[in-house]
Design a protein around this ligand. Structure first.
Ligand code: NCD
Length: 316
């Protein structure tokens, strides 16, 4: 797969695998997938396993829809934490070794950071990381940047505000990392004090020369950005209810906030939302989150096709 222009690799584990030509190629492929006739079926006869140890609606179903649209087949466990042999004590490594005998690629979502990397260590078939605890969610970040390109006509020279739980929110972490591949991007972090963007991501951005700053004043930020990326406070990751209560509900985008937002800007969210975007906002043409979710199918088609097609692009 063309994660980088020079070294095709076999797994999708983190956004650090990509370079600029790699994402441009992927986005062009995703565009091509929009109009792919079902009869094309480039992955006919292949099987994708989706192994989800954490809840999901969009990610699992859009990966499965993508595989089916490419003519492939799917096998799936949607509650692997309870209903797979994990509950009996089986390790991720053993499960992956077994599923290698059943499928040609494996999409995995796991509650531990680094689980997808561990899976890849023992896998002979491509592993796609669909979220590893508070670590990364690379396919989401790719569809997010692809959506920005579609909505605004460019992925460079953007002021992007990441709002909400930036500590545990793996989509915001992956998107911040991916934005290193763009030019002239400025990042603003708007987060409750308990859940700031991690030092690891800040260090990477600094090294890449991407300017970023923290600003807790969402009202002041809204008129001055091109992209607002709202996120859910990740309740399931907090050590205590008190800690969660201290972080939740602080940043809500409502109709009033939309009046402050730049007319040419867009509002994104990886979804699911809880209370951080009110439903009154949905009808605003700048609310891009449902279009964003639909784009996930095309990005995931492009990813699966790159990893699995035995055609010219992968060299497999
Ligand atoms: C996100 C996730 O699982 O990290 N959901 C998604 O895949 N779109 C965001 C979230 O759960 O808040």
């Amino acid at each position: 797969m063309a994660q980088t222009s020079t070294t095709p690799i076999r797994h999708l584990l983190e956004v650090g695998q990509f370079d600029r030509p790699g994402i441009e190629h992927l986005f062009a492929e995703a565009d091509r997938m929009r109009d792919l006739p079902r009869s094309a079926a480039p992955l006919a006869g292949l099987i994708l396993a989706t192994l989800f140890y954490e809840p999901s609606t969009r990610t699992r179903l859009s990966f499965e829809s993508a595989m089916l649209r490419l003519g492939g087949n799917i096998i799936s466990t949607e509650n692997a934490r309870e209903f797979s042999s994990a509950i009996k004590g089986e390790t991720v490594e053993d499960t992956i070794r077994i599923v290698n005998g059943y499928a040609d690629a494996i999409v995995i979502r796991h509650y531990e950071q680094g689980a997808a990397h561990r899976a890849a260590e023992v896998s002979g078939v491509p592993i796609l990381n669909a979220g590893d605890g508070p670590g990364e969610h690379p396919s989401q970040a790719l569809l997010d940047l692809y959506t920005i390109g579609h909505e605004l006509g460019r992925i460079d020279n953007l002021r992007v505000a990441l709002i909400g739980d930036l500590r545990y929110g793996r989509t915001a972490r992956s998107l911040a990392r991916l934005l290193r591949l763009t030019e002239g991007t400025e990042l603003v972090f708007v987060s409750p004090p308990a859940v700031p963007m991690g030092a690891d991501i800040r260090a990477e951005l600094a090294e890449a020369g991407v300017p970023f700053r923290d600003d807790p004043d969402l009202d002041a930020v809204l008129p001055n950005v091109d992209v607002v990326y709202q996120t859910r406070v990740q309740k399931e990751r907090f050590a205590s209810t008190e800690e969660y209560e201290s972080a939740k509900g602080q940043y809500v985008t409502d109709a009033e906030a939309m009046r402050r937002l730049n007319p040419g800007a867009i509002l994104m969210h990886p979804l699911p939302r809880v209370d951080e975007i009110t439903t009154a906002v949905d009808a605003d043409p700048r609310a891009a989150y449902f279009r964003q979710a639909h784009n996930g199918v095309f990005i995931r088609m492009a990813l699966l096709n790159e990893l699995l097609a035995d055609g010219s692009t992968t060299g497999r």
